[in-house]
Write a protein that binds this ligand. Sequence first.
Ligand code: PLP
Length: 397
Amino acid sequence: MKVNKHYAQLEESYLFSNIAHKVADYQAAHPDADIIRLGIGDVTLPLAKSVVEALHTASEEQGHKETFHGYIPSEQGYPFLREAIRDYYARRSVRLDTAEIFVSDGAKSDLGNLLDLFDVDNTVLVPDPVYPVYVDDNVMAGRPIRYLPATADNGFLPMPGADTAGDIVYLCSPNNPTGATYTREQLKVWVDWANAHDAVILFDAAYECFVTEPGLARSIYEVEGAETCAIEVCSFSKIAGFTGTRCGYTIVPEALLREGMSLNKMWLRRQTTKFNGVAYIVQRAAAAVFSPEGMEQIQQNLDYYRRNAAVIGAALEEAGVWYCGGKNSPYLWLKCPDGMTSWQFFDWLLDTAHVVGTPGEGFGACGEGYFRLTAFGDAERTKEAAARIVAALKTLH
Ligand code: PLP
């Protein structure tokens, strides 16, 4: 037998294990150090009350013959959830048909699974730095990857140029890790490029809920022409704290055709063959997010994280450190001071302030010299970390 040799091409994912080892070693050597973690991308607030109530009610239904739900009638998702997602987009003037919405167990799964629709000979364009999963998904399949450098010069938002060539393009906006967010005008340039080049954009909108500034896009379908070139992947993880509950959704427009084939029909066929749907109780919980009470409760949680981001941002400004993000995103992306590399700054910050962040280099070569802090922590601990960061950074000048 032969194994998939492409797995040997995967680079070891040292980022989070390295961080864990370094923090554990430091704590062992300094047992009294009170370490604050601002490195994680996981949320910390619990599920909203209306979501928990929906989980309880749906669980109770599953315990009675009359209300029990077995196999999901449509692997694509219950109509009640797809209608709620359709209406969530309609409130932002994006018209979707429920046939275009596919409920999933999270964005990560779909970002990988969607590649089933595309030939391995396609060239993939991936921003650098970015959520590392896009690269590994394609390395596993043996697809050639070209990187789109995201640098301070382009505001960490790569744009297509005259020589940009590729078949599948990942765009992540608001971006993990930089927090940079495309305007509608910028996305229009990508959409026009993709339509002209017969390419498909995989648009990761996992952090759309953090966007507040007008002019910035929360969905690629806010841009004319996107329905013929873009698939959007989204998640309940960040909007409603579903990182441990697992639910997401993917939009594949009916107008998206390539080589005479409907990508919507292909994805439906793929999902009905390889996926048996998301648990009924989880779909009920996800639908509760979009109820009026659910929306209000999750906004309170998002505001809590936004305040954390503002606290960290104010600290960086006070310390005179360049950063971006944190305004339409839970991530702040700072330039390591004094020419430190990402990992040097990691060690320095851990030692000087007992604060843990994520070295930018772990998200791609262009992330070297940068550092990610997240707003998903506890508010009091974030304030404490911010005060320590200011005090530590001031010792450098
Ligand atoms: N997309 C991006 C950009 C992310 O940062 C993450 C998680 O951190 C995901 C997708 C994964 O989302 P999910 O929890 O729905 O799998």
